[in-house]
Design a protein around this ligand. Structure first.
Ligand code: FES
Length: 124
């Protein structure tokens, strides 16, 4: 028999596991006057594609993957930028095949995609 959801044991398990296995944030920041930002580097198209692909792969939802919009993540020089938690792994991407590789390698198999990592020195 399952423990009731309100039991102390159940809530300890839930908080230890986290609500999502992976939480992916895409910077969609757009600056006025044509100033450089992720929005000028295909961020929205990448975000939309990733949302659809994660859903199509059956990975979306509690206990799995959540893909969210974010404002400026202050690493603009690497635009477009996304970050995957809980590890805090920062990626950039060029096209849909890069997003596919992040989904397949990182979100499905827990393997970092080294070639898309943002170098540690790249900030704003
Ligand atoms: S505009 Fe995207 S990280 Fe700053």
């Amino acid at each position: 028999m399952n423990a009731p959801l309100s039991s102390p044991a159940a809530s300890q398990v839930d908080s230890a596991a986290g609500y999502y296995r992976y939480h992916v944030f895409f910077c969609l920041n757009e600056r006025p006057n044509g100033e450089d930002c992720c929005a000028l580097h295909g961020a929205k198209a990448g975000f939309d594609y990733c949302k659809r692909a994660v859903q199509a792969a059956g990975l979306a939802g509690p206990g799995q993957v959540r893909v969210n919009k974010a404002g400026c993540l202050d690493r603009c020089s690497a635009a477009p930028v996304l970050v995957v938690y809980p590890e805090g792994v920062w990626y950039t991407f060029v096209d849909e095949s890069d997003i596919d590789e992040i989904i397949e390698s990182h979100l499905k198999n827990g393997q970092i995609v080294e070639r898309l990592l943002i170098p540690p020195h790249m900030g704003r």
